[in-house]
Write a protein that binds this ligand. Structure first.
Ligand SMILES: Cc1cc2ncn([C@H]3O[C@H](COP(=O)(O)O)[C@@H](O)[C@H]3O)c2cc1C
Ligand SMILES: O=C(O)c1cccnc1
Length: 336
């Protein structure tokens, strides 16, 4: 299944059902009977209720997590804004397929399925300091790659990315969507030095100036400043919302992809929790703008969906307790 236009995607999003409140309420009632002091499992309790609501099951058993990694190349990579050359995008796609990347190990550790979608790697997006990164056709194709990649049977979705230069693209998007100065949103990415950081700020400032007046629509921000792998993540997150599949958001770039939806439709990210807070400088600010408190904060700054993949383990822990624990009555333990 695909969508025919951005307008159609927006209509689907606006019509998307919210969580199953009866299932959530039943889960809450169960939580209150479990053999623990009320509230003693902290955020695990909230995570279990979130999951129960979005999956429509007050006592969920398995998680069936799906990880999809999208890869794209960026015209701005030629501007010295990454510590690594653009060829690394395609080389890392090979590494994902061979099972050698960090996210492969985390997917295996937590029993997640993982697929990789490379989007036109031989055809980088246009340099956004000179024109829109994508035309309408490219944007729609990338949104559809994401939209159609979501397994309707998945119980949890993580989207990740690979695209040399994409922390600069995400910074430009965040700046356009939420305001502030380029310096507020840029970071070291793969590890650029001070001069590289300055080049990133300059590229973001030049891009915003070039597209000034055309950035009020969040999907125009995505088309003009984003990239194919970012748009694919946006499409996948929207489809998950329509299918009521809960999502763990990864780092700075995945959050920028999500931010497009949040700016377009207020409840669009209700199915998402922030899996982690990246060490990329703008991520904490972006999560604040999205009103999402990260589950983990471990200093990761990798992308690939890795931080969210790690948070799958926390959701598994939350559900194991919620669905597996005995109630006070079952265990013959005196209530408080
Ligand atoms: C070997 C390698 C593996 C990666 N895995 C994710 N990224 C991450 O780094 C890139 C963003 O940083 P920048 O904007 O500085 O290019 C993205 O591809 C991202 O996923 C990697 C980068 C490298 C070099
Ligand atoms: O937070 C991220 O997603 C990130 C940070 C640095 C490099 N690549 C990705």
């Amino acid at each position: 299944m695909t969508i025919g236009s951005v307008a159609e995607l927006l209509a689907e999003l606006r019509a998307a059902p919210g969580p199953d409140l009866a299932a959530r309420t039943a889960a809450q009632a169960r939580d209150a009977q479990l053999t623990k002091p009320p509230g003693s499992l902290g955020r695990l309790e909230e995570i279990a209720l979130w999951y129960a609501g979005w999956q429509g099951d007050p006592r969920p058993s398995g998680l069936a997590p799906q990880i999809v990694i999208f890869a794209g190349n960026h015209g701005i990579a030629a501007r010295g804004i990454s510590a690594f050359p653009a060829e690394v995008t395609a080389q890392m796609v090979g590494n994902f397929r061979a099972g050698g990347a960090a996210v492969n190990q985390l997917a295996r550790a937590f029993g997640a399925s993982m697929t990789v979608q490379a989007l036109d790697l031989d055809r980088p997006t246009a340099d956004f300091t000179e024109g829109p990164a994508m035309d309408d056709t490219d944007l729609l194709a990338a949104l559809n790659t994401g939209w159609s990649s979501v397994d309707p049977g998945a119980g949890l979705l993580v989207v990740g990315e690979m695209g040399i230069g994409n922390t600069t693209s995400a910074a430009a998007m965040a700046c356009a969507l939420f305001g502030g100065a380029p310096q507020d949103w840029i970071g070291r990415g793969t590890g650029v030095d001070a001069a590289g950081l300055q080049r990133k700020a300059d590229v973001v400032a030049t891009g915003l100036a070039h597209h000034a007046g055309a950035l009020a629509d969040p999907f125009e921000v995505l088309r003009r400043l984003g990239g194919r792998e970012i748009a694919a993540m946006t499409g996948a997150l929207a489809r998950a919302r329509v299918l009521r599949i809960p999502v763990l958001l990864d780092g700075f770039i995945a959050s920028a992809a999500a931010a497009v939806l949040a700016r377009a439709v207020p409840a669009a990210l209700d199915h998402c929790l922030a899996g982690h807070c990246s060490a990329e400088a703008g991520h904490a600010r972006l999560l604040e703008a999205l009103d999402k408190a990260p589950i983990l904060s471990l200093g990761l700054r990798l992308g690939e969906g890795s931080g969210a993949a790690l948070a799958i383990g926390i959701v598994q822990g939350a559900l194991a307790c919620h669905s597996g624990m005995a109630t006070f009555a079952e265990a013959g333990v005196a209530g408080g």
